[in-house]
Design a binder for this molecule. Sequence first.
Ligand code: FAD
Length: 734
Amino acid sequence: MEHSVAQHDQGGLRTLPGDDLRQILWQFTDRYDLQMLVQAARAVARGPVARLVAEGARNSHEWTAQKAELLKAFDASGITAVFMDPSQGGFVEGPKNFALALVAFELSWVDAGAATCSLAGNLGLSPIHERGTPEQRDTYMHRAVPPQPGEDREIWRGAFSLTEPLPYVGVETGLLGGKVRVREWEDGKEPILQVDKRGRFITNMGFANFVTAAVDSADPRIKGSCMVILEQTDPGVFDRGVPTKKLVHQLSSTCDPVFSLQVPASRIVGGYSLKDGVIVPRYSHGEIIEAVFRRTRVTVGLMTAAKLLSAVEPVIRYQRGRFRGGESIAPGSPRYELGLQQKEDALHRLVDVWATGEAAASLGFAAARLFDDLDPLERQKDEAFAAQGVGGGSAQMRAFRRVQKDALEFLALQAQSAEARDTSRYQALEAETLVQFLVKDALANVLCPACKLWNTGHGANMMREAVSLMGGYGITEDCPGFLGQKWMDAQLEATYEGPEAVQRRQLSVTMVSDLFLTQFRGWISEMRGIAVRRPGTGACTLATAMELWLWTLRHLQEATDAHGGKLYHGNRQGVTFPLADALCWLLASRYQILDLVELDAKGPENPVLAEGLPDLLGFLTDLCHVQAASASGEVGRVCAELVYGYNRHAAWDGGVGCGPDACDPLSVLGADASGSTMPAGPKAGPCVRFDGMEAFVRLRLKLDGCLTGVRLAKDRAADALTQVMIPEALDYPA
Ligand SMILES: Cc1cc2nc3c(=O)[nH]c(=O)nc-3n(C[C@H](O)[C@H](O)[C@H](O)COP(=O)(O)OP(=O)(O)OC[C@H]3O[C@@H](n4cnc5c(N)ncnc54)[C@H](O)[C@@H]3O)c2cc1C
């Protein structure tokens, strides 16, 4: 029998993970409303959305009547109303980040353009939701919700217009070409504004009834920038513009609109005050987009995670059926039953795709849950500041500087065992809104860009792997699971709402905050603890990789390059960006492992899961291990390049090349470093400054040792892929 998969001591997998498992893993077992929402979104995704893709609706740039049917499906299924509070006609109580993440995940399982179409409406509303006046919120949220029984009205759809034709807004959001001026201002009356804005790549523009647009003042009677609400019936020009010739997400509408409209000043998002005859918007456009994107970017990260996990079943089916029907291939023979799954590489690559998808989903859902925790805290924080008479912006920053000490003390107490710590102080700080807000905010400021960056960027690379596993079929429209389209779509997810550079830039600032790094240090002990209780998860590898990352960060913050230049610096993207990337690998792997721990704890309580649970746990443990090893490899590579790469090679300065022992960091450990079998060449002298690097060298060595067993885990996971049962056919297009 040609079966190159090694024999294993344990493991197996009977079925693919189902809803019961996912609910525990992503922590919504107690949310029946969300479980129902998942079913509703799935029915739309695998029904109307899948049929549209199969019928070739992605082959046009225009917003067609056929595509518009999607909006009706969103309305009927409850997807449109998820964003609203029950008082506005919605049905999900409380924060909705996690609910929206689940919807995006389900829709993107089939087509992320459909997900974008649904979410872009929320994005259009988001400036109003996050920073609008109560009247603006009531008006537009109510109009955007589907009619309630007894109501007869059109549903208003929104679009968000920030990006402008070149050379204006893209990554640099401050370079605004859109302008606002006072057009009329009669005494005692509301000023009328003239808004001129051109958009580039604006989603939902083919049908939006209103647009939230970013504009800058071109009038001394208006201060700074703001966002304004534009309606299609406002006097002037509301030109939807030409459709963008996208190669991706064709189930959403994207155009380059032109607006030249007159609107009352009450359309300024968040309102305004009058100071010495000048209109002062309450929020600049920058403040509003910051509040908006920090939530919506998490959802985008989950779109790519869904794609990766959705690839597993079609690839397994393709691999198994690859040779069936061939003359000499009899049913029951390994070639018939396993097909390409007889080949180790095909299995190992699918394990990598699957592990990445799990890690991406864990990171994304953790971020979405965190924002659900943060939302009420943020409101309480605003109320507390208002009560103390603390205004926005710099006044809040000053107030937070005082709270930061308490927040750090809280984290220090949290790191102690319950017996050792000062319980009353701990409880007091735990009850402090501002302390809790600061702690969670510091984490959210890292998790959001990390999830957007890693899930979409690395996710797009891994979608290519998934496509390649389907051979030529992968790059055809007929590929089951639409994998080719998903690969390309992933690139858009890495681009819109701020491309990777934007996320890396944000991370390079937020990941060095004391509040984040204190939490990060705590995670190293947390992973060491998990490694003891659940060996085989890769937690030990991850803890060492985290130590290495932390050491490298500290080193780069203090060290200079061979020319005396500062290394960790905002302009030094060659240093800060790779380090941000490396952190993302660690985060994704950590949340994957934490979800596994959750499943381990809560899984046995679920009777549906009970029987297959040990197999599933074993398999998911192996995936964690595989992913932790990939993460540590990436982190090791990045850190070593940054730590050594900015030194000059002393030997080269003397015109001497490298001797066999010249670049051996082991020399700092006092070992016979090289172990080289090369004949000794001319002595190159000490070529690299290894002094003070002992800890780094030891950690690098330790990291290698931590990889022990990971290939056995990969073999076991690969073997499980040959055993898992999958349905006869994919459940979409139905
Ligand atoms: C299909 C689609 C739908 C979209 N929907 C919307 C929408 O609804 N509303 C909206 O407002 N916008 C929308 N966009 C616009 C999108 O958000 C922007 O395209 C994106 O933010 C990037 O801007 P840009 O294209 O101008 O790229 P650029 O700013 O020109 O960037 C080009 C490249 O240079 C890099 N770069 C730029 N600045 C820096 C820097 N400082 N440091 C390092 N690298 C840098 C970028 O990372 C990128 O790789 C959409 C785009 C597309 C394609």
